[in-house]
Design a protein around this ligand. Sequence first.
Ligand code: IMP
Ligand code: MG
Length: 178
Amino acid sequence: MPVIQVHDKQFQPYINEEQLQTRIKELAAQLNNDLQGSRPLFIAILNGSFMFAADIFKHLDVNAEICFIKLASYKGTKSTGNVVTAIGLDEDLFGRTVVILEDIVDTGKTLSQFLPQLEHQHPKKLMIAALLHKPEALQYPIKIDYLGFSVPNKFLLGYGLDYDGLGRNLPEIYQLVE
Ligand code: IMP
Ligand code: MG
């Protein structure tokens, strides 16, 4: 895989397709083991997680449901700061085993604002599966229950992740050349 150009920046290969798929199968095996009999609800956060969600879901052999949501951020009152709302979350989470599917946890801000809203509905269990995590960038404490790869604090592209709208189609993950 050569260096590629997207908009004004160059990206180099970082995690290849085989490494991604191998790790995803391992995560799915863990989930199959842990979630037996619980009829979990997976909540995939769009746009970035669509490839990860599709690939992991293919390897699940427990009875599972999936829904896809978008998070919209808007300015709340002074006291509430930025508010994140979920678009498309119609399911009732009460008593359910819920697994959030996220492409990447960077600062942790998005999830730390969103998770309390889900807790509000009193799921039986609320867990996070993230393909990627940048520990050095984390500013908001988030516990990731299922993690694909820990990565350095550099911008990544591909496999659902975009740079200004482009690059989501790449089947592997690239890293910004600095
Ligand atoms: P957080 O709220 O800082 O954890 O940001 C999470 C969101 O930012 C992710 O779901 C991605 O959509 C986006 N993001 C974070 N890091 C990257 C990256 O390296 N490449 C592309 N998108 C990213
Ligand atoms: Mg995302």
